[in-house]
Design a protein around this ligand. Structure first.
Ligand code: PEP
Length: 253
């Protein structure tokens, strides 16, 4: 799976160009899921533009409430209503700038599942945490918040994304070995509760994924794709990343 997180970028004109170019270059036969995550206001447009094609549309966030008097918020059933299939929860920018804690992220994970959509749960450590050898403790805490609240069953449909905060938007990618080590740790943690779910779970790597480093990252046995920020805004870069994923996807399975 390759996911393109556009963050707060785009315009009607730019989105039309980007999606038009992607539709032309992404091959229908590639054995991967491709999902783009535009800002809320462009979701309906993107769904309309991509109808019947091979690219799905997801949202970057969701409200943990299921509707009502929550000014400025958007609930999961609305995202489903406009044609989204996926929702990112717990992105490090949400955790950092909007003070989302593990409990709130776990509630968001649940509302996404309840609406029949696929949550993409992001976990990852900061540079200070990595240097203090806290990586496993931090990502365990973030993952366990979801498992404790809802059980491991949610990952039968959910997707996990390992995004080291020090690698996001910094140009500093985790090495394939660093990514593999953490991905294997995450899969083992799920495996301890349910071997089948662990085997089928897709664990994406995110953090400065580019055309030039994607094939190496995706060749790792526990790296099942990428969550791509900056490079998802370039049709050429994004399609090269998708091509790399589809090659390694065919090899893995
Ligand atoms: C992200 O925002 O999820 C991300 C990985 O960003 P970038 O690829 O720009 O580092």
């Amino acid at each position: 799976m390759v996911a393109g997180n556009w963050k707060m970028h785009g315009s009607r004109a730019a989105n039309q160009t980007l999606l038009g170019e992607l539709e032309m270059s992404l091959k229908p036969e590639w054995p991967i899921d491709i999902v783009v995550f535009p800002p809320y206001v462009y979701l309906s447009d993107a769904v309309r533009m991509l109808e019947g094609g091979r690219i799905s549309v997801g949202a970057q966030d969701v409200c943990a409430e299921s509707g009502g008097a929550f000014t400025g918020q958007v609930c999961a059933s609305m995202l489903k209503d406009v044609g989204c299939t996926h929702v990112i929860v717990g992105h490090s920018e949400r955790r950092r700038w909007y003070h989302e804690d593990d409990a709130l992220v776990a509630r968001k994970f649940a509302v996404v599942l309840a609406a029949g959509l696929t949550p993409v749960l992001c976990v990852g450590e900061t540079l200070d945490e990595r240097e203090a050898k806290q990586t496993e403790a931090v990502i365990s805490r973030q993952l366990d918040a979801v498992i404790t609240m809802h059980g491991v069953g949610g990952f039968a449909r959910g997707v996990l994304a390992y995004e080291p905060v020090w690698a996001i938007g910094t140009g500093r990618t985790a090495s394939p070995e660093q990514a593999q080590e953490v991905h294997a740790f995450l899969r083992n943690r799920i495996h301890a509760q349910d071997a089948k779910i662990a085997r089928h779970l897709r664990i994406l790597y995110g953090g400065s994924v580019k055309a030039g480093n994607s094939a190496e990252l995706f060749s790792m046995p526990d790296v099942d794709g990428g969550l791509v920020g900056g490079a998802s805004l370039s049709a050429d870069e994004f399609q090269q990343i998708c091509a790399a994923a589809s090659l390694s996807g065919s090899a893995h399975h």
